[in-house]
Design a binder for this molecule. Sequence first.
Ligand SMILES: NCc1[nH]cc(CCC(=O)O)c1CC(=O)O
Length: 360
Amino acid sequence: MPSNAPIPTARSCTLASRASKLAQVQTNIVRDALQSSFPDLTFATSFMSTAGDKNQSQALYLLGGKSLWTKELEVALKENVVDMLVHSLKDCPTVLPDGCEIGAVLEREDPVDCLVVRDGGEWKSLAEMSDGSVVGTSSVRRVAQLRRLYPGLVFLDVRGNLNTRLAKLDAPDGPYAALILAKAGLVRLGLGHRCTADLNAPILYHAVSQGALAVEIRSDDAEAKKLCEALTHWETQWKCYAERACLRVLEGGCSVPVGVESALKVKAEGPRGGVLKLTGCVTSLDGGRHVEHTVEKEVQSLEEAEEVGAGLARVLMGTGAQAILDEITKDRERRAGENKSEAEVEAIENTMQGARQTQA
Ligand SMILES: NCc1[nH]cc(CCC(=O)O)c1CC(=O)O
């Protein structure tokens, strides 16, 4: 709901994010948008290395897919050290900590995933890659869906920020023939030319909220809320919130191989609204089982869009997703306890504590 607070006139606002190149570019996009909407205010940026950046050797899977990135940033937000956090919305948990909320959702880039082949490589598509080719991705969603269609390919974890991953791909002695990456990140880094092929649905359903930027603020900061309203692209917000509502129902606290695709056909006239078409899927980690469903419904509010997402999730749960998710939870618990010293288990649990879910 639009707030009634006046637009602040004498405030300086600090935007913060992780220090990776992509995070900095994204924060600068938001800063520039704010500055051009509010030329009389001052906007600063602050970039922080976080626990996640320092802990890249541990498999995402063992960390439960929890995001390690945002905890320190939220402490800085809550303590008024900074005023706005800029995230990829897909890295934001579906339930935010008390006292924090999403103030703005900016217009989405193309949410598609793409194939990126090694520099100078000959492959043009996943379909033509020879059996045994190594494809780098750390996302259970990508691995599950692609294993199902391309059982001959080998999927290998690849960690680090985007530039690090590309360097690992192109390293002459490296194992990877290709990577799967979100196109939006590449485009924002000016590396759109590295995209070899789009992997559109139904080949690969993208992550919830992929391609959209979000601004997180303190819930009690009415001024920041007002500033954020000017940045929000409502069509993106409605689609992404519907996707997030779907994920919220599906995740029992663990990261899950959920893919989505959404479209909103906006009414030409009158109040906001349109026909929302949302597809969701859940795939077992070995690619052996896959449930998919589409809902198409007219919506007239953000809340109605969210209800479409939640309803979609309930259908998926009732048609096989529940069993897939239960199995993943069990497998994760087993692995976390296997071949680990008590100290290691404790370290993982500490990292997960208060940590957050991420959708790579
Ligand atoms: N999982 C990490 C992450 N978080 C956001 C992006 C890219 C930008 C976006 O999806 O909005 C990426 C990289 C990737 O998945 O390839």
